[in-house]
Design a protein around this ligand. Structure first.
Ligand SMILES: [Zn+2]
Length: 398
């Protein structure tokens, strides 16, 4: 951990806190002049000037002459060297874009909502514009973006390169995302399912470092899984392994958007959780449910506990098949912690064979909802030529 060692309240700790304020401001706002940094952080111009001098000699920022309001000025931006990686994580409702010099060294990030059932073209156009905006804010150009990792919340067929589902992400059916995006961005692109990328993020940079066999469950609006076998992401014959959301829990259950009945997602997807609560709680967002559950609302806690129980039934099937060391829970709903992991574990113990659960750990992801973005940056780094390799976690990606 690279946290400050300075004693709280000391001059050194104040300086460290101010340094972080400047770095955070540059991460959020992009390149700024010293006057702008002072205005944004509330620090005095003299303090900013000293901090920027220190950051520059430490190689943490880059200074570039520019013109602001018709006058000469020096723009300060986070140091990126000459290799910039990008991550684009499409969700059911939004797209998140990040740029960084490595998977854990994000220098800029932005999120934009996407309309439900948007067309792929619209999603890709918005993501490309968001990326361009971030790159410009960092004082760079698109030429500096050397590789891009992209996550799609649907199976991606590795043979055809197309989003491989008829009904999971309707506006994207049959679209060859890597090809399209490589054309728009003019850089090599790697596309994978977001659950796989999140699993990769935790494997290289998070809680799964050094683990050989694991199941990563991403639970937010939908539910997906990333399988790690022998220390690698397991994608299956066509790359669509891990579609846990459409595993049958009850053959006579509700009809799912995929056309089958009683899929896991019809029990733990946000639509069903919010529907169940709408009678007693009125319209809520997933975020509301999470906050209320953490604050002790019995109805929200009950619905999430039931989701954990159903999830456990499906995960038990996977555990019986692949015998993992660890089950990791990530995605937005994992923020409720034991409210969901305790019933999940109980259900696992009831439904999976004892020899598979005896030493099985159920843990929360370390990278929270960032795991897919980090994984996308890991896979972007893997696209770089060897002499531009970026060190990822404890080992370089080959
Ligand atoms: Zn389904």
């Amino acid at each position: 951990m690279n946290t400050s060692q300075a004693a709280p309240g000391s001059q050194a700790s104040l300086r460290e806190a101010n340094r972080l304020r400047v770095l955070d401001a540059l991460r959020d706002q992009g390149a700024m002049t010293q006057v702008e940094i002072a205005g944004f952080t509330g620090l005095s111009p003299a303090t900013v000037s000293n901090l920027v001098k220190d950051l520059d000699s430490a190689g943490a920022v880059e200074l570039e002459p520019s013109i602001r309001n018709g006058r000469r000025a020096v723009l300060v931006s986070l140091a990126t060297g000459n290799v910039l990686l990008a991550a684009i994580a499409f969700g059911d409702r939004d797209v998140r874009v990040a740029i960084g010099t490595g998977p854990r060294d994000i220098v800029g990030r932005q999120r934009m909502p996407l309309p439900a059932d948007h067309a792929a073209d619209e999603g890709m156009e918005r993501a490309s514009r968001l990326l361009l905006d971030l790159v410009e804010k960092a004082g760079k150009t698109m030429v500096d973006v050397r590789a891009v990792g992209i996550g799609i919340p649907a199976p991606v067929d590795r043979i055809s390169g197309q989003v491989g589902s008829e009904s999971i992400l309707p506006g994207w059916r049959g679209v060859a995302v890597a090809e399209e995006m490589a054309g728009r961005i003019q850089a090599p692109v790697f596309v994978d399912n977001t659950a796989n990328l999140a699993a990769l993020g935790e494997l290289r940079c998070g809680v799964l470092q050094g683990v050989q066999h694991a199941v990563y469950i991403k639970i937010s609006h939908g539910v997906g899984a990333g399988l790690i076998l022998d220390g690698e992401i397991f994608r299956g014959a066509a790359g669509t392994a891990g579609e846990i959301g459409h595993m049958t829990i009850d053959e006579n259950g509700p009809v799912c958007r995929c056309g089958n009945r009683g899929c896991l997602e019809t029990y733990v997807g946000s639509r069903s959780l919010l529907d169940v609560l709408s009678v007693s709680h009125g319209p809520l967002s997933l975020r509301d449910v999470i906050h209320r559950a953490i604050d002790g609302d019995p109805g929200c806690r009950r619905v999430l506990a039931d989701a954990g129980r159903h999830l456990g039934v499906a995960v038990a099937g996977v555990v019986n098949l692949v015998n993992p060391e660890v089950v990791v829970l990530g995605g937005q709903l994992s923020q409720v912690g034991s409210i969901i992991t305790a019933p999940l574990r109980a259900s696992l113990e009831r439904c999976a064979i004892p020899s598979a659960t005896a030493s099985l750990e159920v843990v929360l992801g370390e990278l929270d909802t960032d795991a897919d973005v980090v994984g996308a940056l890991v896979s972007a780094a893997a696209l770089l030529p060897a002499n531009e390799g970026v060190l990822v976690g404890s080992a370089s990606i080959s």
